[in-house]
Each structure stands twice: as structure tokens, then as C-alpha cells.
Design a protein around this ligand. Structure first.
Ligand code: F6R
Length: 580
């Protein structure tokens, strides 16, 4: 079974100084992990390494000379974050360096083998063995040495390897993303295009079981037996501006404010999928899975087709009762999430048709599903997903309407815009509540997934404990938590379940709970049961998730910012979860 870990890798070979290119690239890849960072550059046949625990900016204290090098930003799996566990790793004679993204599952066995030959590893990682094995296998050709070594590696990897004397880098991919950037007189390896988009928009997405050699005027791709393979150069269709903060304090805030244009863009998507399935199964993780849950309510309501929403990490290990009559839809921003990818592979094995709703173009899941529809959110940099969620919702609604042959109105774009104007008043509210330690989120029906999403946003960026429940479930246990110290965010717009949620809020008030209600503008009655109210614009019942999501994102954002949290890079998280 393949597992993979996050981490970002980069390689540069050309005529410019590699140091700054590698560091700038790693800063863009920090969303993949930020426990430690390092670069290695070779110059005058000598490899220099600069690596350190913590963020990439720590590398700026030193400058390495040379025009060829590799770099790594780490999300720790084997061995805690520390200098000794930071990549790149070198061998005893410092002739080779390696950076690795993935997990080498048989590293203990390989380590013992090395030990028997008198070679000891200095780190606790699974990655270091690779460099020692390459040093052992080397007979004058780096690519051939890498080909020999990868035959012994079990697990997953994207690797980048450099020799002190050569002018080429070698990269290999099996289970973790790796692309080649094609420049003029310079070429790159990178985990994703954001790292190299300053220099080129021409890329080759490497496939699993491919190895590549790049020099400043050379790009050759091989299979794992060293047989040359053809490759396709693709153009990246987004620009750097889209991947910068543009004056916002955080990427997350910028991305929240981009949502009207993202929704506009996603609305343009059309589906051309055969409707001959009897059931839909969503597979996704985290926020994408909550989008799937909204999709379930909406598709069942509008299209009357049964939908199962499966958390990908559960789906892949339980009895898989699916068949060729099912349509399995993978929802993923990154298109790299290991559990979602594994769920897709399983679904395909069982003969089900697979569709991907994916943001990152040409990502692994996008390439493995039978058909893909891109959600068009543009690059999402903030670790907490916001605009990708809105684009996923648009897709799911469009899909539901497609199934009934109806069109979807585009009023939601203006309603999202209107909702964004609440940012300042939500900040004032956040000032009252940001010191709380616990929050409860409740909603009914289509608002239950929104409660889950609101609680997730708050937990992950502010580190406040938050729990979400269907409002009707409160009295079956969680209402025991209600007290003056645990405010409740109640999602209660004027829709078909308004009266029911209203009663649940009354039950909380009767037990001295504080309630912040998200309500429809003009609803005066809701004041009777609320301590504070956030009024959202009136929309048709089914479209409330679009405006409520924005309120929940802004509430979590302002609370986290007031608590001085690292909003874009919350502790322990990484944007692309390629570990199962
Ligand atoms: C939360 C968040 C995560 C992701 C999840 C799936 O804000 O971003 O829960 O939604 O890790 O990631 P993708 O969509 O890339 O598969």
C-alpha cells in the first residue's frame, strides 16, 4: 500500500545563482510543510548545504554560491522537526545530495543493510537511506545509479538528486507529485508549479514510475528501466498575481474576498456526463467532504437521486459495496490528497465510474479519474480552504441542476459580494468572543454541513475547540455542554426548518447559553433568542450555504487574527495532505 507525506521539493539548473531561486521556490511550497527547510548547491565540485529547523526564511542568513542546486521544505513524519532531520541529506563523502517527498516504507531494512556495510545514518528519517544507497550504486552515471536504487525502495516518493561534479539533476516520481519546469537555458524540478512560475509557464507533469534528467539545456524523461519516454509540455494558465497577497494581510482573507469572482468563474462550468447511474458516492476529506455533504442534501432534494457522502479515509478501509451502477465523485482542491486518491483507485477497481471535481489542473487525482471537471478557484495558498469550498459548492449545485436539465441562477455572486461587506461588523463581534475557549455550532438540514465547516475553520486557524451538531441532536447529549462560557453559533436563516432551529435556540437560551445567530436580514423575531446576530442577505432557501459560508469564514478569520495566530500556516497542518 502506498503512503506519502507532504513536503515540497525543488531543483534548479541554469546560469543564475541557484540560492535565491531555491529559497523563493521553497517559500511558495511552504504550504506543503514548514517544519524544517534546506538547500544544497554545488560549486567548484563541492556541495554546500544550508538547512535548519523551522521556516524557509531561516535559510536567508546564509548564501550559497553555484548555479545548480536542490531544496526541500519538510512536514515531519519520521523523526521530529530538527536540524538533523532536515533535508537535503548527503552521504559520508559529501558527493551526493538528495531531497525526498514521500515515505520509504522499508527504510529500516535498508538502514540495517547499510549498517552491515559500515554506513550509518545520522538522522531519524526514512529519507536518508536513499542518498547512501545512491553513493553505493554510483558507477559514473547518476541516472543509472538512481534507476538501480529505486528498484529497492518501497513506498512513495518524489526525489531530486545531485552529484557534486555533474551539471545535471535527476528526479524520480512514484506516488508523490513532481514536475519539470522548462526554461530558456535553465530547467527546474518542483512539487508544484507555484515554485517556478516566476521563471516559466511550460511544464511537464511527471507520471508515476518516471525518472528524468535535467541540465540547463537538457530534459529527458525515462521509465524506471532507463528507457527514454516521450513527454508532453503543458502551459500553466494562471499567473503569479493570483498567487500573491495583493495588499491583504493574509492569503486567507484575500481568498475569502475573491469568492464572488471565483463563483462567477465556476458558474461557467458545464457538465457533459451520462446520467445512467443509480447512486452517487462522494469521496473527499475535510472541507471538501463538507462540500460533499451539502451536495448530498441538494442532489437528493433537486434531482431525487440517492447520494452517499463518504469520508475518503473511512471509505478505503471498509467493506466497499459499490458497483458499475455507481458514480463515484472525488472532490479535492489539491487533487493530491492521499485518501481521496486511494478511494478513487478503489472505486475504479470495483468498476464504478469516477468523476473528479478538482481545483489543481493535472494533479494526480485529476489524471486518474475517468472524467474531471475543474472547479476554477485559482491557486489557493491559505492552508484553510475557503474559495475552493465555494467553488466546490457551485459545482455541486450545477451538477444537481444538470441532472434535472435545469439551469442555475447566478444571483449568488451578488449575494456573496453583499455578505463580504459584513467583514468589519464580524470583526467587532469577534472582538467580544475571541478569548472564548469553546464554541458550539448548530444547523439543520443543508446548514448542518455548514456548521461542520464553520467549526473546522475556527479550530484549525484559531486553535479554539469547536463542535458542530445537527441542531436537533443537541438534546441527545451535547446540550449538557451549554453554559455561559460556551457560546453557540446558530445557523438559522428563514427557510423551511426555521421554526425547528428557532426552538433549539430557545432551549439553549433557557440554559443560560450565549447565542450568536446567523439569520436572514429583516428577521426581528430572532432577536428574542439571540445575544448577537449576523444578518445575511435573503436568498432562495437552497442558496443560503453560499452566504453563510462567507460569514463563518470571516468569523473564524477575525478570531484567529485577533489571537495573533499564523492564519495562513496553522500549526501542525499542511495544505496538501498526501499522507494517509
Ligand atoms: C480545511 C482544509 C482541509 C482540506 C482537506 C482536503 O480548511 O483545507 O480539510 O479540505 O485536507 O484537501 P483537498 O481538497 O486538497 O483534497
Amino acid at each position: 500500500m502506498l503512503k506519502a507525506k507532504m513536503c515540497g521539493i525543488i531543483g534548479y539548473v541554469g546560469e543564475k545563482e541557484a540560492n535565491d531561486i531555491l529559497i523563493a521556490g521553497l517559500e511558495r511550497l511552504e504550504y506543503r510543510g514548514y517544519d524544517s527547510a534546506g538547500i544544497a548547491v554545488t560549486h567548484n565540485n563541492t556541495i554546500s548545504i544550508n538547512k535548519s529547523e523551522g521556516r524557509v526564511h531561516n535559510l536567508k542568513k546564509e548564501k550559497l554560491d553555484g548555479t545548480i542546486g536542490i531544496g526541500h521544505t519538510r512536514w515531519a513524519t519520521h523523526g521530529p522537526p530538527s536540524n538533523k532531520n532536515a533535508h537535503p541529506f548527503t552521504c559520508n563523502e559529501k558527493k551526493f545530495v538528495v531531497v525526498h517527498n514521500g515515505i520509504i516504507e522499508n527504510y529500516l531494512e535498508l538502514k540495517s543493510g547499510l549498517h552491515r556495510s559500515g554506513i550509518s545514518c545520522t538522522s531519524d528519517t526514512d529519507s536518508e537511506v536513499i542518498v547512501h544507497l545512491i553513493a553505493q550504486a554510483y558507477g559514473g552515471n547518476l541516472k543509472e545509479a538512481v534507476c538501480k536504487v529505486i528498484k529497492h525502495l518501497q513506498g512513495s516518493y518524489a526525489l531530486c538528486v545531485m552529484h557534486k561534479d555533474t551539471h545535471e539533476l535527476v528526479g524520480a516520481r512514484n506516488g508523490s507529485p513532481l514536475l519539470i519546469g522548462i526554461g530558456k537555458g535553465e530547467n527546474f524540478f518542483a512539487s508544484d508549479a507555484s515554485a517556478i512560475i516566476d521563471y516559466t509557464k511550460d511544464v511537464i507533469y511527471m507520471n508515476d514510475f518516471q525518472i528524468a534528467e535535467i541540465g540547463k539545456n537538457l530534459v529527458t524523461v525515462f521509465d524506471f528501466d532507463g528507457v527514454e519516454q516521450s513527454h508532453e509540455i503543458k502551459k500553466i494558465d494562471w499567473n503569479l498575481e493570483q498567487a500573491q497577497k495583493s495588499g491583504y494581510k493574509h492569503f486567507m482573507l484575500k481568498e475569502i474576498f475573491e469568492q464572488p469572482s471565483v463563483a462567477q468563474e465556476s458558474l461557467k462550468v458545464t457538465f457533459a456526463i451520462r446520467k445512467d447511474f443509480s447512486r452517487i458516492i462522494f469521496v473527499a476529506c475535510g472541507t471538501a467532504s463538507y462540500a460533499g455533504l451539502v451536495g448530498k442534501y441538494i442532489i437528493e432534494k433537486i434531482a431525487k437521486i440517492p447520494v452517499v457522502n463518504e469520508i475518503a479515509s473511512e471509505f478505503r478501509y471498509k467493506e466497499c459495496l459499490i458497483s458499475e451502477k455507481d458514480l463515484v465523485i472525488a472532490i479535492s482542491q489539491s487533487g493530491e490528497t492521499a485518501d481521496t486518491l486511494a478511494a478513487v483507485r478503489l472505486a475504479r477497481q470495483k468498476g464504478a465510474r469516477t468523476l473528479g471535481l478538482i481545483n489543481v489542473v493535472d494533479s494526480t487525482i485529476a489524471r486518474e479519474v475517468d472524467s474531471v471537471v475543474y472547479t476554477r478557484a485559482g491557486p489557493e495558498i491559505g492552508v484553510a480552504s475557503t474559495k475552493a469550498f465555494i467553488s466546490q459548492l457551485v459545482m455541486l449545485y450545477k451538477f444537481a441542476f444538470h441532472l434535472t436539465e435545469n439551469g442555475m441562477s447566478n444571483d449568488i455572486v451578488d449575494k456573496i459580494k453583499e455578505t463580504l461587506k459584513l467583514s468589519e461588523s464580524i470583526r467587532k463581534l469577534a472582538e467580544q468572543y475571541y478569548t472564548c475557549q469553546n464554541f458550539l455550532y448548530i444547523g439543520r438540514n443543508i446548514h448542518f454541513p455548514l456548521a461542520l465547516e464553520g467549526a473546522l475553520k475556527l479550530k484549525e486557524i484559531s486553535y479554539i475547540h469547536a463542535e458542530a451538531y445537527p441542531a436537533g441532536e443537541l438534546k441527545h447529549g451535547p446540550i449538557a455542554l451549554v453554559c455561559t462560557e460556551m457560546p453557540t453559533i446558530a445557523i438559522c436563516p428563514q427557510d423551511s426548518v426555521y421554526e425547528k432551529t428557532y426552538s433549539n435556540i430557545e432551549e439553549i437560551k433557557a440554559r443560560n447559553g450565549k447565542v450568536i445567530t446567523i439569520a436572514t436580514e429583516g428577521d426581528e423575531r430572532i432577536r428574542n433568542v439571540s445575544n448577537d446576530i449576523i444578518y445575511v442577505p435573503k436568498v432562495d432557501d437552497i442558496f443560503y450555504p453560499f452566504v453563510i459560508a462567507v460569514v463563518l469564514q470571516l468569523f473564524a478569520y477575525h478570531i484567529a487574527d485577533l489571537r495573533d495566530c499564523d492564519v495562513d500556516k496553522p500549526r501542525n497542518l499542511a495544505k496538501s495532505v498526501t499522507v494517509e
